[in-house]
Design a protein around this ligand. Structure first.
Ligand SMILES: NC(=O)c1ccc[n+]([C@@H]2O[C@H](COP(=O)([O-])OP(=O)(O)OC[C@H]3O[C@@H](n4cnc5c(N)ncnc54)[C@H](O)[C@@H]3O)[C@@H](O)[C@H]2O)c1
Ligand SMILES: O=C(O)C1=N[C@H](C(=O)O)CCC1
Length: 266
């Protein structure tokens, strides 16, 4: 039975991960929150709604990492990089679901993960990871004759944009078409912005209410259109996916992995 600790334990995802870890038969060995959080000291299971676990939410990163086999972290890129550093020092595995990493932060994460096995994935659901696979094939087959636009919708509390999933979808499509995502992604159209270029990938963001997460990639041709959509109805497939990743990553060789590795989709 692996010992799982959860960082961001009082957050929307952290609470669902605690429930999923318990349901999967893992031992929840620790729960972390930011120093000063009002729920530090409270039982993590009671806060998550799955009954008392006898694990108090802590703000002591070193002690929590020491006591686990794997840390599951859904917070922010800066917090995740710090967690990765501590896990590397203590030779513990980590699963990171935080999104909004800059390319430089992703490179730093890969560097730190040379010491330990780490899963870093913007979306832990099976459905989205199957979409990544399909998108590669569709983009390759359609080639340059179809314009690509990506639209994502999320709740009004989301801090990063575009979503990590939309960025990965853009990267997958760009790579399949032999383009550099960082050069062709277009996040903004306003005023007399000119005609669309053939190579650009439009990235559109919608925020509102309690939308869990929706992504559509449009391949728009002359007289026809393909739309590949994924809609998340609850956060539970993200949390179950993160626990599946935690069970998979313990004991793996050091290095950075993603959810496609976990699911055997490569
Ligand atoms: N990979 C996926 O499948 C997936 C799915 C959903 C959300 N996410 C991402 O997960 C992240 C969290 O999302 P959320 O909706 O749970 O956000 P949230 O704001 O509800 O939760 C984040 C929690 O992290 C805590 N936190 C902040 N600093 C901390 C620190 N130093 N130590 C410990 N805890 C700290 C916050 O207090 C908060 O409770 C976001 O980046 C989001 O995009 C990824
Ligand atoms: O709620 C969020 O925040 C989500 N973030 C991920 C992303 O940015 O892609 C996955 C979907 C939910």
């Amino acid at each position: 039975m692996i010992k799982v600790a959860v960082c961001g334990a009082a957050g929307r995802m952290g609470q669902r991960i605690i429930v999923a870890a318990k349901e999967a038969g893992c031992t929840v060995s620790g729960a972390l929150e930011r120093p000063g959080h009002e729920l530090v000291g409270q039982d993590a299971g009671l806060i998550a709604g799955c009954g008392a676990l006898g694990v108090a939410i802590s703000d002591d990163l070193n002690a929590v990492v020491e006591g686990c086999d794997v840390l599951i972290d859904f917070t922010t890129p800066k917090v995740s990089l710090k967690n990765l550093e501590v896990c590397a020092l203590k030779k513990k595995a980590i699963v990171i679901g935080s999104t909004g990493f800059t390319p430089e932060e992703r490179a730093l994460a890969a560097e730190l993960a040379k010491e330990i096995p780490a899963v870093l994935a913007p979306n832990m659901s099976v459905g989205v990871n199957v979409c990544f696979k399909i998108l590669k094939d569709v983009a390759k087959t359609l080639g340059d004759d179809f314009d690509v636009e990506i639209v994502e919708l999320h709740h009004n509390k989301k801090k990063d944009a575009p979503s990590g999933t939309a960025v990965r979808m853009g990267e997958v499509v760009a790579e399949a078409l032999g383009r550099d995502y960082n050069k062709v992604a277009n996040f903004h159209r306003e005023g007399i912005c000119g005609e669309r270029t053939r190579e650009e990938i439009g990235m559109q963001t919608v925020r509102g209410g309690d939308i869990v997460g929706e992504h559509t990639v449009y391949f728009i041709g002359m007289g026809e259109r393909i739309e590949i959509s994924h809609r998340a109805m609850t956060r539970d497939m993200f949390s179950r996916g993160s626990v599946r990743a935690a069970q998979w990553v313990v004991g793996k060789q050091p290095g950075i992995y993603d959810m496609q590795d976990v699911l055997g989709l490569k």
